[in-house]
Design a protein around this ligand. Structure first.
Ligand code: NAP
Length: 307
């Protein structure tokens, strides 16, 4: 039997990825939305999540696709109404929010899934397996794109809690924390804030890692042309590179053949498994690194940003 699910917040990611992934998974049926902008064709839409929860007791799960600043209140409403919850990344505007949701979900006996879509990129699991057997010497993350092309009109991204360049950089951190066989912690960061924005447009990060492995990252939204979403890992036995956000894996420059699942189909398959097991999956590690960067990072003022 399929699970009746609703999408809350119908923007770019809901339309581009969640709707097709739900429609492509027999475990789910998209039956409703809560959206201020009109929702999705042929699906009942409500103005607010509260109205949806009150009217549709058949909806047993919700997928929250709005910006992080407003995700917590929606998640609390859904959990209190006894619904299972899937959170887009980042799972909250703060770490305390995410931990509070995990506790609430446990007490309510519902599933909470804090998703990291990049962890389901086709190269991530094979990269993790390959690295597990090798000594890592150096990791370099280059995550660069043109914000005007990839985030047009998304005012929330520049407002406090919107994360700025970390909105996409956190995807790299979600992969890093999945594939490395050891934990790292932030040692140094430079954050470049446009003088008219609450959030950074570019950052450099240096992490402390065991055995003096060098681990560093550059995220930059001022990049022009094709985006660069690469993670390069130098090991004792060759160089692994994840390209295209983890969709492509190279070993010593040779592209590897990968199983073609896709990120969002992978996420909904995992959500279905969690629901079947009555389990939750809430890993806030990528968000911890972002919070550390805001705490430890040197603030650099750069020129104002205009769309
Ligand atoms: P978006 O296009 O701006 O859409 C967000 C939607 O959330 C809006 O269209 C709006 O939908 C709803 N919303 C509710 N309260 C809002 C508020 N106070 N301000 C703005 N929107 C509000 O953003 P998005 O790119 O889909 O990103 C949403 C989340 O998905 C973010 O956390 C982002 O990190 C994540 N994500 C985005 C991408 C991507 O490529 N864009 C990829 C992966 C993950 P209604 O009009 O229906 O209310």
């Amino acid at each position: 039997m399929s699970i009746d699910i609703a999408i809350i917040g119908v923007g770019k990611i809901a339309r581009d990825q969640h709707v097709p992934a739900i429609n492509g998974n027999k475990a789910f049926r998209l039956v409703a939305t809560a959206s201020r902008s009109g929702g999705i064709e042929n699906t009942e839409n409500f103005d607010t999540i509260e109205a949806l929860l009150a009217a549709r007791s058949d909806v047993s799960a919700v997928s929250l696709c709005m910006p992080p600043q407003v995700r917590f209140a929606a998640a609390v409403a859904a959990i209190r109404a006894g619904r299972h919850v899937m959170l887009e990344k980042p799972p909250g505007a703060t770490i305390a929010e995410v931990r509070a949701l995990a506790t609430l979900a446990r007490e309510a006996g519902v599933t909470l899934f804090a998703t990291w879509h990049s962890r389901h990129a086709d190269g991530v699991a094979p990269a993790k397996a390959w690295l597990a057997e090798r000594t890592i010497r150096k990791v370099r993350i280059d995550w660069m794109e043109d914000v005007r092309e990839w985030h047009p009109g998304q005012a929330w991204i520049w407002q406090a809690g919107g994360l700025g360049v970390f909105d996409t950089g956190i995807n790299a951190l979600s992969i890093l924390t999945e594939i490395l066989p050891f934990p790292v912690h932030l040692a140094k960061a430079d954050l470049s804030f446009p003088s008219n924005c609450d959030t950074p447009i570019a950052v450099t990060l240096d992490f402390a890692a065991p055995e003096n492995a060098e681990v560093g990252a550059v995220f930059d939204w001022r990049h022009e042309g094709d985006p660069v979403w690469n993670i390069t890992v130098e090991t004792s036995e060759g160089v692994l590179r994840l390209r295209n956000g983890g969709a492509v894996m190279e070993i010593d420059g040779e592209t590897q053949t990968l199983e073609d699942v896709g990120e969002y189909p992978g996420l909904y398959a995992r959500f279905a498994d969690l629901l079947a097991q009555g389990a939750s999956d809430v890993d806030d590690t990528p968000l911890v690194h972002v919070a550390d960067a805001f705490m430890l990072g040197r603030r650099v003022a750069v020129e104002p940003f205009t769309e």
